[in-house]
Design a protein around this ligand. Structure first.
Ligand code: IMP
Ligand code: MG
Length: 191
């Protein structure tokens, strides 16, 4: 694993750099086939999906466009109310477009179900969801996720874009954060 060996704050590495790479290549090829003849818009949900987004797009051989959206951070308020706030909206109109929303992880499903609803309301022609990770056990709303690289158990993970309090995003693999780092937190998704 080179310079960034298993980080000491981790319990274990869940998905290695190589496994991520292979999954991303496969996903890019699959989306390329499914969208042949179309020019979809890929929307990156900031900030967690950045690594996945940039790696994935390099494996997609389509005349695609990109846009970015930031959503209010996941915390207590989201847990109780399910309300999601847009912190940075898209730069471009999605009217009549085939849209693919790219996320790092689907947990309760609240974020993506909200974004999907907004994109439909704005007149997108189609909306599909792409995620690196999925924790199906944690779902609180019914949500169809069209493209999933990895289903994972109910553990809090970091790395490859995913953070805990803005740390660990740069790890090139996905790992389980050691529970001692969030044992006293009540606002951590995945618990
Ligand atoms: P959802 O709305 O509950 O599906 O939440 C999705 C968001 O929660 C993701 O975009 C992450 O920001 C965050 N999240 C959920 N589980 C984890 C995790 O295990 N590690 C890091 N962030 C997570
Ligand atoms: Mg996120």
């Amino acid at each position: 694993m080179g310079a960034i060996e298993r980080h000491e704050d981790l319990d274990k590495v869940l998905i290695s750099q190589q496994e991520i790479k292979e999954a991303v290549v496969n996903m890019g090829q699959r989306i390329t086939r499914d969208y042949a003849g179309r020019s979809p818009v890929f929307i990156c949900i900031l900030k967690g999906a950045v690594m996945f987004f940039t790696d994935l797009l390099r494996q997609v051989a389509l005349p695609l466009m990109t846009d970015f959206m930031a959503i209010s951070s996941y915390g207590n308020s989201t847990k109780t109310s399910g309300v999601v706030r847009i912190l940075k909206d898209l730069d471009h109109d999605v009217l009549g477009k085939d849209v693919l929303v790219v996320e790092d992880i689907v947990d309760s499903g609240l974020t993506l179900s909200y974004i999907k609803k907004v994109l439909w309301e704005r007149g997108a022609r189609s909306v599909r969801l792409v995620t690196l990770l999925d924790k199906p056990q944690r779902r609180r709303v019914e949500l169809e996720v069209d493209y999933v690289c990895f289903q994972i158990p109910n553990e809090f993970v970091v790395g490859y874009g995913l953070d805990y309090k803005e740390h660990y995003r740069n790890l090139p693999y996905v790992g389980v954060l050691h529970p001692r780092f969030y044992q006293e937190e009540s606002d951590v998704p995945g618990l």
